[in-house]
Design a protein around this ligand. Structure first.
Ligand SMILES: [Fe+2]
Length: 463
């Protein structure tokens, strides 16, 4: 008598499972549950597609093995999802996934719907569900890619949404993050053969105290500067943007610097004078094209705005800022020089007036300054465009501010808004005519904006 061949146990998830059923029962069950494939793309197209998506989503999540979360579609933390299978094993797991994907939870099978049933929780067989899922994933993997259009309405709206989000984020960064994110910059300038002691010269510039640059930022810069243990400090102009009302607090702040190191300053174009009186008042005595030719289109546009708003402008002379610096015990070098000996190293500091204020008087500033082998001559001049006026005079390093490093550095375009004619000298240390020019990005800013150009405190090591 021939023995009937042993029945192969069905495999679910690669594991054999004894469903403890007869062959006949399985066939009956397959008949009973033949609606499964139909649901995964059957008559009801919408329901079928949704079911397919749910199954794929579930399968992907299960394969990722998201730890600590429901391994079904809901992805909630395990303790909250409510989809915990009541027992272990592939069948229970399949039931769990079915429930999570909503295959029968709160839905009605087409067969049940035809029969007028509202819900039929038992219309899917877990084993067939797994088989269907595996088959469908295979089919999807083998299916040719759908031809996609580059510009669909959804993609266009999505792109616009991302662009708006990036724009808002960038604007917030430019206004609220970068302008107050101070950076310490160190640069070494070889002025001698190395036999002289190195001096740590601190350069701070363009504080631009104003409604958009609070004194707290100046205070942070001074504290950062003092922590560098400098030998002397040089302030290269633009202490304010336009008229200012807190000079006493300002002087107290700068005095913290001058109490520790000898501190010297020159004026910038914003500190008072012919340019400052015109600036921020709309410069009504000049046409916008003249202003553009004089100091760039950004400045001209800014003046046009001040004309429209009827602003009053800056100070007609530097007396207010000078009084504040005097109260802070900062020595002003306005077209004059001073001789110093620090740590045994001889140094002449020359300070000039501002170029735009038409107060840069190089002959006056260098009067009596003679080059000597044992002495370095360092010049403080706010605007780097003033280098041509300084060229005939004996200096080896000039320290400038004014540009704010361009303030907005646009990728691939550089710093088109820097208010200088010679855009080679916008920031950093440069060699020019066998001498050195250092331009700092400054501490403050105009209009409260900076991009890709952090404010900085500079330590210039005179080697
Ligand atoms: Fe400035």
């Amino acid at each position: 008598m021939r023995r009937a061949p042993a029945r192969r146990e069905p495999e679910v998830n690669g594991r054999k499972e004894n469903l403890n059923r007869r062959e006949g029962d399985e066939k009956d069950e397959q008949k009973k549950t033949h609606t499964v494939p139909r649901h995964l793309g059957g008559e009801d197209e919408a329901a079928g597609e949704e079911a397919q998506r749910a199954v794929v989503r579930t399968a992907v999540l299960v394969r990722r093995g998201v730890q600590g979360r429901c391994r079904a579609a809901c992805r909630e933390p395990k303790e909250h999802c409510g989809h915990q299978p009541s027992q272990r094993g592939p069948q229970a797991f399949a039931e769990h996934r079915m429930e999570a994907t909503g295959m029968h939870f709160g839905r009605t099978s087409p067969a049940s719907r035809r029969q007028g049933k509202a819900n039929d929780r038992a219309w899917l067989n877990p084993r067939l569900y797994l088989q269907a899922e595996a088959g469908m994933l295979r089919a999807m993997a083998e299916a040719p890619a759908k031809p996609s259009r580059l510009f669909t309405r959804r993609r266009i709206f999505k792109g616009l949404g991302y662009a708006a989000l990036a724009g808002a984020g960038g604007a917030a960064w430019m206004r609220f993050v970068e302008p107050s994110w101070l950076k310490l910059s160190n640069v070494r300038v070889p002025l001698s053969d190395g036999s002289r002691p190195t001096l740590r010269l601190l350069q701070l510039s363009d504080f631009h105290a104003s409604p958009v640059v609070p004194l707290e930022l100046v205070k942070s810069a001074v504290e950062l500067a003092l922590a560098q243990q400098p030998d002397l400090a040089c302030l290269t102009g633009d202490f304010i943007t336009h008229q200012f009302g807190q000079f006493d607090d300002y002087a107290a702040l700068l005095k913290r610097l001058s109490d520790v190191v000898p501190t010297f300053a020159v004026f910038g174009n914003h500190d008072g004078g012919s340019w400052a009186a015109r600036a921020y008042s709309g410069a009504r005595d000049k046409s916008l094209s003249e202003l553009r030719a004089e100091s760039g289109w950004f400045h001209a546009a800014s003046q046009a705005r001040h004309r429209l708003l009827g602003h009053s402008g800056g100070y007609a002379d530097t007396s207010s800022v000078r009084a504040m610096l005097t109260a802070a015990r900062v020595e002003v070098l306005h077209n004059r020089s001073v001789e110093l000996t620090i740590k045994g190293r001889k140094l002449t500091l020359v300070g000039t007036g501002d170029l735009w204020a038409q107060e840069l008087k190089a002959d006056e500033a260098f009067a009596g300054v003679k080059p000597a082998d044992d002495r370095d001559i360092v010049c403080l001049s706010h605007n780097p465009d003033g280098k041509d006026a300084l060229k005939p005079h004996p200096w080896s390093l000039v320290l400038c501010g004014h540009t704010h490093g361009g303030q907005l550095e646009i990728p691939f375009f550089g710093t088109p808004l820097a208010p200088v004619h010679d855009h080679r000298f916008v920031r950093g240390l440069h060699r020019w005519e066998n001498r050195w020019i250092h331009i700092t990005k400054g501490v403050g800013n105009l209009h409260g904006l900076r991009f890709n150009c952090r404010p900085e405190v500079n330590v210039v090591e005179l080697a």
